[in-house]
Design a protein around this ligand. Structure first.
Ligand code: DC
Length: 207
């Protein structure tokens, strides 16, 4: 069984995907991490994330980079969004994601284009979304919790900019697949959102 979970930054899709993977006993791939690793590798190489050649050269990043805590930062997320615009980068990361989806027993993948491009054949597709305000509040609390010095307005502005780039790029833009179940988590707590997602999967499977 393949479960595709897509949605914008800080919508709760990561938390929901991990919980679904655990609940249904499936392996999970956070595909955003692959784009983050490419962005980070471009930086380490001294390249420009907006340059298609520099970004493509970075897709051969070492697997050890995926465990690097710096990939979780807002800066890494912004660079990931920049490199993800290049079709050659998306193509280079396609096989790795598809192979993960095709493993025996299935998998849960989360990202931006899982239900539309990587696994249009997924058994269940969820599109997890939330208002910019709710997402900015969550990100703010998370970052404050890590002791970072941040301003809510700056986070909200950054989210809007990333949404804009992810939604309007020519290749594989962030959009709900026509057959996706849309889950708005704006007013839901973590446990409520997870319960709603499990329900949605059960309904989609008819169980
Ligand atoms: O999910 P995330 O915040 O870790 O993703 C970081 C960036 O990577 C996101 O802004 C766009 C890009 N991305 C993508 O284009 N396609 C995916 N399947 C996953 C992420």
């Amino acid at each position: 069984m393949i479960i595709a979970v897509d949605g914008p930054t800080a919508s709760g899709k990561g938390t929901i995907s991990k919980a679904l993977a655990e609940h249904f006993g499936l392996p999970h791939l956070d595909t955003g991490l692959l784009y983050r690793a490419v962005g980070r590798q471009v930086f380490l190489d001294g390249g420009d994330p907006d340059n298609a050649g520099d970004a493509l050269a970075a897709v051969t990043f070492p697997d050890s980079l995926l465990a690097d805590a710096s990939l979780r930062s807002e800066v890494a997320g912004g660079m990931a969004s920049q490199v993800s615009v290049h079709p050659a980068v998306r193509q280079a990361l396609f096989e790795r994601q598809r192979a993960f989806a095709d493993q025996d027993g299935g998998a849960v993948l989360d990202g931006r284009d899982i239900g539309t491009v990587i696994a249009p054949d997924a058994d269940v597709k969820l599109f997890v979304t939330a208002s910019v305000e709710a997402r900015a509040d969550r990100r703010y609390a998370e970052m404050k919790g890590r002791g970072e010095d941040v301003r809510l307005e700056v986070i909200a502005q950054d989210l809007r900019q990333r949404d804009e780039r992810d939604r309007n790029r020519a290749e594989a833009p962030l959009v709900a697949a026509p057959d996706a179940y849309v889950l708005d988590t704006s007013t839901l707590g973590k446990e409520e959102a997870i319960a709603a997602a499990i329900d949605a999967v059960r309904q989609a499977l008819g169980t």
